[in-house]
Write a protein that binds this ligand. Structure first.
Ligand code: CP3
Length: 349
């Protein structure tokens, strides 16, 4: 057993307690974040290593979570190489000139360590400050989800331009996915080389695809991301996560993560029936339940623990990110509750 409940559970080993962290744990739900974040684009905040490190640490101090997730964003690499994308507060990533033709590949040169020096500097600060029991989690956007922002030019409900390119110009689609896979590999690999100890690939919007389209147009690329990272960074757990992806879980697991992220639509127990009883999972409390007050949140957390049935391969999380209007006090209570309910008796020495 290592000192880190998160790394133990990620490897399917018994842990001191079930580890907890929250997607979007750093951010607008925290008054201390709103106080130091400043106005302007989140990308300007991310460009300042001292500030980003402090924002990453805020939820660790406040909630006693078992992992720190780097304060960054999935569009940081494509912004850094000059594609022309920004993050509009309240909206999300916006590209004035979306990716629509082969010429646009020129706006995506190979990602080098210089492009993301501000990020690796933030990682350097954090690995010095974090205790051994709290690993830093690296992340990147999966090629499909990043491609959807570049092609649509803004958050979308239909993904119509993305799906049109996939089917009408499959060669261009696959070339773009190759390129964005390299971005994800190099971005995560740089964070791991600088001391992050686990990673998550966010394919937030993959659930918009049919299972057939996912397998043809996405799975080969995300598989290359996991295989390359698993080869370069042995024994570093990778998590694969998407929203509304119940119909894709077998394929997302086959891509090569050590841990499968689940949203609230899938029962943990049924994921293990489908993919094997030793499956390590992350999830999956509905984020709406933590908005409904502490009693509803703790009942929901208990239900997640029951569904997991004491299996060692469980990292507790929400099924998607913390909503900005969440009461952070409720999140702190959820962490304490999960820790208490799952605390392992110290072994007699
Ligand atoms: O605490 C953490 O989880 C780490 C920080 C984190 C951010 N973005 C910071 C952020 C993470 C893991 C992300 C990933 C991300 N970014 C995803 C995948 C996860 C998911 O939610 O599905 C996606 C799709 C994005 C793209 C993006 N960036 C969106 C949709 C938004 C929200 C726009 C808004 O203002 O509501 C952002 C901006 C963003 N990224 C914020 C934060 C804290 C909020 C804006 C701000 O504070 O300026």
């Amino acid at each position: 057993m290592t000192d880190s409940p998160f790394l133990n559970a990620g490897a399917g080993r018994p842990a001191q307690h079930t580890p907890v962290w929250f997607m979007r744990q750093a951010g607008r739900s925290l008054p201390e974040y709103r106080e130091i974040r400043g106005s302007g684009s989140i990308l300007d905040a991310i460009a300042q290593p001292e500030l980003s490190a402090e924002i990453t640490l805020q939820p660790v101090r406040r909630h006693n979570v078992d992992a720190a997730v780097l304060f960054s964003d999935i569009v940081v690499p494509v912004h850094a190489t000059g594609f022309g994308i920004d993050v509009t507060p309240g909206t999300g990533p916006v590209a004035e000139q979306p990716f629509r033709s082969r010429n646009d590949l020129q706006r995506l040169p190979p990602l080098t360590p210089e492009h993301i020096q501000h990020v690796t500097e933030t990682v350097d600060i954090l690995v010095n400050e974090l205790p051994a029991s709290v690993p830093l989690l690296a992340f990147a956007g999966a090629p499909f989800t990043v491609a959807s922002y570049l092609i649509e030019g803004a958050p979308s409900r239909t993904y119509q331009h993305t799906k049109a390119m996939m089917h009408a110009e499959p060669q261009l689609w696959h070339d773009l996915m190759e390129c964005l896979s390299d971005y994800a590999i190099e971005f995560i690999s740089a964070q791991l080389t600088h001391g992050a100890r686990a990673f998550q690939l966010f394919d937030s919007w993959a659930g918009s695809l049919s299972a057939g389209d996912y397998d043809t147009f996405v799975a080969p690329h995300s598989t290359r991301v996991f295989h390359t990272l698993n080869e370069r960074h042995a024994d570093v757990p990778g998590i694969h996560f998407g929203i509304g992806c119940d119909h894709l879980l077998e394929s997302m697991y086959a891509a090569g993560p050590q841990v499968l992220g689940l949203d609230w639509r899938t029962r943990i127990s049924s994921a293990r029936e489908r993919m094997g009883s030793d499956l390590a999972v992350q999830g999956n409390l509905d984020p709406a339940l933590v908005l409904a007050g502490v009693n509803v949140a703790l009942d929901g957390a208990m239900e997640v623990l029951r569904d997991n049935g004491g299996h060692p391969g469980h990292i507790f999380n929400l099924g998607h990110g913390v909503q900005p209007d969440t009461d952070p006090g409720v999140l702190t209570e959820v962490v304490a509750f999960v820790h208490e309910q799952t605390a392992m008796e110290p072994s007699p020495s």
